[in-house]
Unconditional design. Structure first.
Lengths: 91, 193
C-alpha cells in the first residue's frame, strides 16, 4: 500500500485495537517522533464517529423500507385476498 | 472407539449475529414480523401512536443490531422478547421525557415560528454529509466494514475483489478519500456531527 494508506492502517489498528496495535508506550513514542500523528489520530477518530452515524442512518432507512414492505397498504393486499377467500367459501 | 468430533456450540446471540451478517434484510424482517405487532399494541395501549411505536421499535432494533454484531449482546430470552423489552423501556423513557417537557404544541400564531433563529447546524459542516457525498461503492464499503461489521471476505465478494488484500486496500483508499474531503473543508476542531 502507499505510505499514506499504511499510515491510515497504523492509526486504525491503534484506534480499533487491531492485532497490529502497538503497546501504549510505543504508541506514545511514535507520537513524540511524529508531530502530526496525534492530530491525524484525532481526525481519524472523527471519521469513525461520522461513519457510525452514517451507518445508523442507513440502518434506519433499511428498517423504514422493511416497515413499508410489511405494513404499507397495497391494493390487492391481504384484505382483498381475505374477501376473495370468504367469497370462495360462500360458493 | 473414535471420539466424535466436538460440534461448535453457538449461543443465541452468536447465532443472531451470524444471521444478521449473512443476510441482514432477511434477519431484520423476521425480527420485525415477530416483535413489532407486540410493540405496536403495547405502545398503543400506553398512550402512543403507531408512529411512536415505529420510532421506539427502530431505536430498539438499532441497539440490538449494534450489540449483536459487536458481540456484546447477551440473550436470556428470544431476540424478539428482548426487542419488546427494550421497546417498552424506551417508550417509558419517552413518556417521562414528554411529561417533563413544557407544552410543545405549535403556537397559535405561526409568525412566531418564523421569528425564531434558524438551526445553526444548517450552516455547519458534518462528517455525515461527506459520507453521504462519497461515491456509492466507497460509501458501501466503508459502512459495510465500519458500521455493519461485515467481514472483509464478504465485502471482497460483494464488490468483485479477488482477494481480501485488494478489498482492504480499497477500503483504505475510500477512507483516505473521505479524510481528504473532510480535511479540505474544515479543521478537525470545527467538526460537527
Amino acid at each position: 500500500m502507499r505510505p499514506e494508506l499504511e499510515r491510515l492502517a497504523l492509526i486504525e489498528s491503534q484506534l480499533l485495537h487491531g492485532p497490529a496495535a502497538l503497546p501504549a508506550a510505543d504508541w506514545h513514542l511514535h507520537q513524540l517522533l511524529d508531530g502530526e500523528l496525534h492530530a491525524d489520530t484525532v481526525a481519524q477518530q472523527h471519521l469513525y464517529a461520522g461513519l457510525q452515524m452514517a451507518g445508523r442512518r442507513q440502518l434506519r432507512r433499511e428498517l423504514a423500507a422493511i416497515h413499508a414492505q410489511l405494513y404499507a397498504a397495497r391494493p390487492g393486499g391481504w384484505v382483498r385476498k381475505l374477501y376473495q377467500f370468504l367469497g370462495w367459501l360462500r360458493g | 472407539m473414535v471420539p466424535s468430533p466436538q460440534l461448535p456450540t453457538f449461543s443465541p446471540a452468536a447465532l443472531l449475529r451470524e444471521d444478521l451478517l449473512a443476510n441482514r434484510e432477511r434477519a431484520l424482517t423476521q425480527l420485525y414480523r415477530q416483535a413489532f405487532p407486540v410493540v405496536r399494541r403495547y405502545v398503543g395501549n400506553h398512550g402512543g401512536t403507531p408512529h411512536d411505536a415505529q420510532d421506539v421499535f427502530h431505536d430498539a432494533l438499532v441497539l440490538l443490531y449494534e450489540q449483536a454484531v459487536a458481540g456484546t449482546l447477551v440473550l436470556t430470552a428470544s431476540a424478539s422478547t428482548y426487542l419488546v423489552g427494550i421497546s417498552r423501556n424506551l417508550w417509558h423513557h419517552e413518556q417521562r421525557r414528554r411529561a417533563r417537557l413544557p407544552q410543545d404544541a405549535l403556537p397559535d400564531d405561526p409568525s412566531q415560528l418564523a421569528a425564531e433563529p434558524s438551526a445553526p447546524a444548517e450552516s455547519g459542516f458534518t462528517v455525515l454529509e461527506y459520507v453521504e457525498r462519497l461515491g456509492e461503492k466507497c460509501r458501501n464499503i466503508l459502512l459495510s466494514f465500519y458500521y455493519f461489521q461485515q467481514p472483509l471476505t464478504d465485502i471482497a465478494a460483494t464488490h468483485g475483489y479477488r482477494t481480501v488484500r485488494s478489498a482492504t486496500v480499497q477500503k483504505f483508499k475510500c477512507l483516505e478519500r473521505l479524510r481528504q474531503s473532510v480535511r479540505a473543508a474544515v479543521t478537525p476542531e470545527a467538526i460537527h456531527y
